[in-house]
Design a protein around this ligand. Structure first.
Ligand code: ATP
Length: 351
């Protein structure tokens, strides 16, 4: 468990940030929130890089009590990866990594094993100044692991990388999180849903909520709601890939779902994002149209906006949002408990 209750005040500023929470140290815990909400400051307090007041306890070991730092940053055994790789420019890759090895006692990782897993074996003798952003970030991740951390802290580690680098690194991080818990700041909803089962929502300098991403994205009391209602992510079971039609035939909560895909999916499940504006709501299934997907759902909640309504539609266990006009809402005479058919125009695969 990681428990924290810390107050951060900045010199020459009246701003006071107060973070309070308790999380299980298992898998990836995403830290999500608006720009300027306080995500990096929370991480820096936990890392011991930011003077602050309060309590921090990890697995019943106190790191901070009041203004007394009981365990300094260098003894907290936290592997850190920032958005910028911050490698030593005068050293080659191997030498950069060796510094981390020298700092740790008995790391379960080795440079060679990580070089193989992260695909940088051929770069070990290269100067870091000659590497691409994606290559540098892989080295930075390896360096963080080589200190034998009890916790990894990552602050938007993939935000400056291209799609193909992200595609390689995300499954690696997910696998690593099975043995080393990760605190992971991201602005990417895709990374959030792909990696994490736990999330800390930060809003205006405080922890607003802690919970499962799917739950928080459905909670209309949270600051996240406007953003969340743009679209939700569904888990889809893959049954078959039709290569001729480039179509995944899947199943979502017991109902068929067809998803266009250029390649067969890697696993037996995928996640898709359905934007609320791509959902057409009807009282009966729409016949003889180009629409492939029609899901029977129940209206479990709705939120009125000035000239539109966002419906929360429940399948069996999962949810989608539908953004419809106020006129349609009234014409269809919708209320909580109405059974409606949600026709999905388009969706995107996120893993
Ligand atoms: N040294 C400082 N002095 C005064 N205010 C600061 C200082 N550092 C950060 N802040 C303020 O604290 C708040 C939280 O900043 P922080 O960098 O933690 O936000 P963030 O959620 O990580 O943002 P982003 O997503 O844009 O990186 C912001 O309002 C910022 O202006």
């Amino acid at each position: 468990m990681l428990k924290f209750d810390v107050i951060k005040k900045f010199k020459h500023s009246r701003k006071e940030l107060h973070f309070q929470g308790e999380i299980k140290l298992s898998g990836v815990c995403a830290i999500f929130g608006d720009s300027g909400a306080g995500k990096t400051t929370l991480l820096r307090c936990l890392l011991g890089l930011e003077p602050c007041f309060g309590d921090i306890n990890i697995n019943q070991q106190a790191w901070l009590t009041g203004d007394k730092c009981l365990v300094p940053a260098e003894r907290r055994r936290i592997g850190v990866v920032f958005q910028e790789p911050r490698l030593f420019p005068h050293l080659n890759v191997q030498q950069n990594l060796q510094l981390a090895v020298n700092k740790s006692n008995q790391s379960v990782f080795t440079i060679n094993k990580l070089a193989k897993d992260l695909g940088f074996e051929s770069l070990l003798t290269q100067q870091t100044t000659q590497l691409s952003g994606g290559q540098k970030q892989r080295i930075a991740i390896a360096r963080a692991l080589l200190i034998n951390p009890q916790l990894l802290v990552m602050d938007e580690p993939l935000s400056s990388l291209d799609k193909s680098s992200k595609k390689k690194l995300l499954p690696f991080l997910k696998k690593i999180s099975e043995t080393i818990p990760i605190l992971y700041v991201t602005h990417s909803e895709h990374e959030l849903f792909y990696l994490s089962k736990q999330m800390i929502l930060i809003h205006e300098g405080a922890v607003e909520a802690i919970g499962q991403p799917h739950q928080l994205f459905l909670d209309s009391q949270l600051s996240l709601i406007k953003f969340a209602q743009q679209g939700l992510i569904l888990n889809v079971q893959v049954n078959r890939f039709d290569s001729q039609e480039a179509l995944i035939e899947g199943d979502v909560d017991g109902q068929p779902l067809y998803v266009s895909a250029e390649h067969p999916p890697l696993g037996d499940s995928i996640q898709v994002k359905i934007n609320s504006r791509d959902v057409i709501v009807a009282m009966k299934p729409i016949q003889e149209s180009s629409l492939l997907n029609c899901l029977l759902t129940e209206v479990v909640d709705y939120r009125e906006e000035p000239e539109a309504v966002v419906l929360t539609l429940k399948l069996q266990q999962q949810f989608i949002y539908a953004y419809i006009t106020l006129r349609s809402f009234n014409n269809l005479n919708l209320s909580i408990g109405s059974q409606v058919y949600a026709h999905v125009k388009t969706m995107s695969i996120i893993n």
